[in-house]
Design a protein around this ligand. Structure first.
Ligand code: DON
Length: 305
């Protein structure tokens, strides 16, 4: 049996408490602006089902762009390689909500984790299932074992009321024929997807299929081993946007952040981690979250490198 990770998490939580700056919660979605930057939670789920946690690890928060990993996995499992005709897999080097590359790259977003790419993936999932956000919620409930996991309607409404940039991205891609559903339908699905609430415990457990090489919690196959590798690889190179290089340097794991302050990370074949603290840096990644993952891989040696 491997040694307990609990002392490592306790040590990280103590260290994070003395971080000089914690960043600021996202305020371009008003419903997220009031989050307390003092909050901090972290959970690790091992492949045998053991879950360790510290701080606010059972407190639900807004998952936001973390959901982009799960919609990608679901769309890839249903559609396979043709998905990649609609979205690339190169780092963008630009902010997550940027429009600049779309015109000279003919409406094909760089990767599935920037907003443009995630909109394309949700559009594919909507076409494949008729209810992208509902399919995602069912999947997360099943994988986390939390049947109460749900959309925060207040956040979804707030995103919708302040969603001009996502609307611009969707309409622009539709003009290139890269969006199949009516844009208002797509945006409603996308905002509901981003507004799902889950805790560090829920998300660490739900991400397990990526550490199990594509195998779901009930033993069935969601992704082939090769597809699970692909999703992890895109997380490593694109999961934290224009900070992906620095994240790989500091943490050395596939990771995906959200503007709610959460980050998930995968140690393939070993465990999954979720950390949450709402204060963000300039690029939309949790300051304390990145610091905690940096310490986690340094203290445990658990990294893909
Ligand atoms: O569409 C948006 O802007 C948000 N719902 C999600 C963005 C996000 O989480 C980016 N992550 N760091």
């Amino acid at each position: 049996m491997s040694p307990s990770l609990q002392p490592v998490l306790d040590r990280i939580a103590a260290e994070v408490r003395s971080l000089p700056g914690r960043g600021r919660p996202a305020d371009y979605i008003p419903a997220l602006a009031s989050a307390d930057p003092g909050r901090f939670g972290m959970a690790v789920a091992e492949l045998d089902g053991t879950v360790y946690g510290v701080g606010d690890w059972r407190v639900p928060f807004s998952t936001q762009s973390i959901t982009k990993v799960f919609t990608l996995a679901l769309a890839l499992s249903l559609e396979g390689d043709p998905l990649w005709e609609h979205v690339g897999r190169e780092p963008s080097g630009n902010p997550f909500n940027s429009l600049v590359q779309l015109e000279y790259e003919n409406g094909i977003p760089r990767n599935p984790f920037i907003n443009a790419g995630a909109l394309v993936v949700t559009d594919r999932l909507q076409t494949l299932t008729g209810d992208a956000a509902g399919t995602l919620r069912s999947f997360l409930r099943a994988e986390s074992g939390n049947p109460g996991l749900d959309v925060d309607e207040r956040v979804a409404d707030s995103e919708s009321a302040h969603g001009d940039r996502n609307a611009a991205l969707a309409h622009f891609m539709a003009s290139y024929g890269n969006i199949a559903n009516p844009v208002p339908t797509l945006l409603r699905q996308y905002f509901r997807q981003c507004s799902i609430e889950a805790s560090c415990a829920d998300l660490a457990v739900a991400t397990g299929f990526l550490a199990r090489h594509g195998i779901r919690s009930d033993g069935s196959t969601l992704l082939t081993r090769s597809q699970a590798k692909q999703v992890n690889a895109v997380m490593l190179t694109c999961g934290t946007y224009d900070a992906a290089g620095d994240f790989a340097y500091r943490v050395g794991l596939p990771g995906k952040s959200g503007v709610g302050g959460g980050i998930i990370a995968v140690v393939p074949g070993r465990c999954t981690v979720c950390v949450w603290s709402p204060g963000l840096d300039q690029r939309g990644n949790s300051v304390a979250g990145v610091a905690a993952l940096d310490r986690f891989t340094t203290l445990t040696g658990l990294s893909v490198f």
